[in-house]
Each structure stands twice: as structure tokens, then as C-alpha cells.
Design a protein around this ligand. Structure first.
Ligand code: ADE
Ligand code: ZN
Length: 351
């Protein structure tokens, strides 16, 4: 475990919410389709002549009462159906990146689900080019470093994932990695062994959702079969001491999403969330927003609420922010620069 610097211990608890908001951080688990706010769903539906089964933004929001992952995914895929043109994808990503910059996110690694769009007849290039243009503009106009990770939908076949990777090849320079998301239970990582091997051979980074609702065995598979460099969620690892040892010893990051876990009933209450347990055990855990438009908050709301609920302190804040920078796939030179900014930020809160 990296040590927490002494100055982090000298920060007044009353200043913790402001520190959490101000500290430079990386967001590593954000589905761009999950940042589609109800207001934008209605605006894009009108722009594209799509009819919605809801009368108003408020009626749509009222439908956001989830009991588990699948109950959320059904609404999430329906919402994404308003995205049609390259400009739609640009507008979506730009809206997220502006919010991220305001929350001191210095690095965003953004998931996108191309199969959700290509199966509706939207070309791969429309999706990737719109998102990538927004990432480029975020760097130029806001100084935010942003990169894309293409996710395969695990409820579909491995062949479908192969076809998707093939269709994305003309845009290989516009994304840095592949991931695995959608309905977890019944779709173990090993189902995608060969397509992940292909992605690795192409020089892509690999990550996978595992241990959100699924068992620790799925996390082992993501590590041993897919060779995942990070685990998305991974909160079920606490039930397997040998797995916890593996995560700690290998410094394998978990991209944890507290408000998502609360909304999808992974934990009965945010006060029962195991983020503090993971951190105190030495796991390289990070805080992320997953699908902020659906789960009630962006990354800083995730930090603030989970800290308030579980009684974490400025030492945990240091650990989480530095973990997020370390766990990112950004160049080492950029990580060093952000670590310097993190030290400066913490020092400004001492006394
Ligand atoms: N797609 C979007 N959000 C997801 C989540 N929390 N788990 C799995 N797939 C997702
Ligand atoms: Zn996710």
C-alpha cells in the first residue's frame, strides 16, 4: 500500500467535502450512455423524430426505481435509442466532459457500448467519431485528458463481440482498450476468452465488469482468463480471502461505484458499502459514477455521499485520488504531473 502523507492527517474533518470536490482525480468507470440525462433524452428524441413512451422528463425520472442490474439495463438501453447521429454522440460526450472538468476530473476513461447502437443500424464510425471528437475538444478546451474504452455486451455472443471488434478496426486509433459489461450473472468472463485474446494481441488495454452481482469466481476468471488489468466493480471480492490477497499483492485496481451499488441494491444501504473495508485491506480501490444520469450523481457526489455514509477521512481521500491516477492508462509523465497537483491541493487544505 502506498503510504498516506502526514499532511493528509492534519486536514480538518469539516473541510473534507470541499477537499473531495477540489482534489484532482481520474474517473475510470463511466458509461457514456449512462450520462444521458432525461432532458437530453427528450431533446434528442425531438431532434431525431423518435417517440418516447413517457410524457415528460419527470415521468421518465419516476421510472428510475431499480431493484437490480437487469431492471436498470432495460431502461438504460431504451434511453440510448434516441442517439442517432455523430453530433448526438458528440453532444452526449461533451456534456459529460464539461461536468467532469468542473469536478476536477483530470483524466476520464469512458466506456461506450457500440452494439447498443450498431444493432439499431447506427454505423460504428458515427458512434466512435462523435465520441472521439468530444474527447479531443475536452483536451484542447478544458485541459481534460479523455480516452475511450469499447465495451462488449456480455448477454450477446462471443461471435457478436468478434464482429464488433472487427467493425471497430478502422477506428483502432480512437480507443485505448476493451471492456465487458451488461447482464453479469449467467455470462461469465470465460465466455469471451478468445475475443479478449485478440484485443490484447492488438495492443489494447483490457478491463472487465466482474463481481458487481456475480460471484468471486467471475473476478478470478476476469484476471486469469481475460487478463484484465482492472476490475470494474469487484465489490464481491471481500467474500474470498485468497482473491483479496491476489488483488492487493498484484495492485489490481477496482473501479468501485458507490451510488450505482446503492441504486441497484448491491448493498441494502450506502452505510453498508464495503469501500472502506477494501481500502483498509490495501486494495487499490477507486471511486466512479458508472451511470450518473440514472444513479443520482456524478463522481463528486459519489465521493461525498460514500464518505458521509461510511466515515472515511482525509487519508482515505488521498488514497482514493492517488489510486485513481495510478490505475489510469495515461502516460507516466501525465500521472506524475497530476500527482504533483494532488499534493498541492492537499497542502492547501492543511491548517
Ligand atoms: N452497463 C452500464 N452500467 C452497467 C453496470 N453497472 N453493470 C453492467 N453493465 C452496465
Ligand atoms: Zn459499469
Amino acid at each position: 500500500m502506498t503510504t498516506v502523507p502526514g499532511f493528509a492527517r492534519r486536514i480538518d474533518a469539516a473541510r473534507l467535502p470541499a477537499l473531495l470536490s477540489a482534489m484532482p482525480k481520474a474517473e475510470l468507470h463511466l458509461h457514456i450512455e449512462g450520462s444521458l440525462e432525461p432532458e437530453m433524452i427528450f431533446a434528442l428524441a425531438q431532434r431525431n423524430g423518435v417517440s418516447l413512451p413517457y410524457h415528460s422528463v419527470e415521468a421518465l425520472r419516476r421510472a428510475y426505481a431499480f431493484t437490480d442490474l437487469q431492471s436498470f439495463l432495460d431502461i438504460y438501453y431504451a434511453g440510448a435509442s434516441v442517439l442517432r447521429t455523430e453530433q448526438d454522440f458528440y453532444d452526449l460526450a461533451w456534456a459529460y466532459l464539461e461536468k467532469a472538468a468542473a469536478e476536477h476530473v483530470v483524466r476520464a476513461e469512458i466506456f461506450f457500448d457500440p452494439q447498443t447502437h450498431t444493432e439499431r443500424g447506427v454505423p460504428m464510425g458515427t458512434v466512435v467519431k462523435g465520441l472521439a471528437r468530444a474527447c479531443h475538444d475536452a483536451r484542447v478546451r478544458r485541459g481534460t485528458s479523455a480516452a475511450l474504452i469499447l465495451c462488449f455486451l456480455r448477454h450477446l455472443s462471443e461471435q457478436d463481440a468478434f464482429d464488433t471488434l472487427q467493425a471497430a478496426m478502422p477506428y483502432r486509433h480512437l480507443f485505448i482498450g476493451v471492456g465487458l459489461d451488461s447482464s453479469e450473472v449467467g455470462h461469465p468472463p470465460a465466455k469471451f476468452a478468445r475475443v479478449f485474446a485478440r484485443a490484447r494481441a492488438l495492443g489494447l488495454h483490457v478491463v472487465a465488469h466482474a463481481g458487481e452481482e456475480g460471484p468471486p469466481a467471475y473476478i478470478w476468471q476476469a484476471l486469469d482468463v481475460l487478463k484484465a488489468e482492472r476490475i470494474d466493480h469487484g465489490v464481491q471480492a471481500v467474500h474470498d480471502p485468497a482473491l483479496m490477497q491476489r488483488l492487493v499483492a498484484g495492485r489490481i485496481p477496482l473501479t468501485v461505484c458507490p451510488l450505482s451499488n446503492q441504486k441497484l441494491c448491491v448493498f441494502p444501504d450506502l452505510r453498508r458499502h464495503n469501500l472502506k473495508t477494501l481500502l483498509d485491506a490495501g486494495v487499490v480501490a477507486t471511486v466512479n459514477s458508472d451511470d450518473p444520469a440514472y444513479f443520482g450523481g456524478y463522481v463528486n457526489a459519489n465521493y461525498r455521499q460514500v464518505f458521509a455514509a461510511t466515515g472515511m477521512d482525509a487519508g482515505h481521500a488521498w488514497q482514493l485520488a492517488s489510486n485513481s491516477l495510478e490505475a489510469s492508462f495515461a502516460p507516466v509523465s501525465e500521472k506524475k504531473r497530476w500527482m504533483g497537483q494532488l499534493v498541492e491541493c492537499f497542502e492547501s487544505f492543511v491548517g
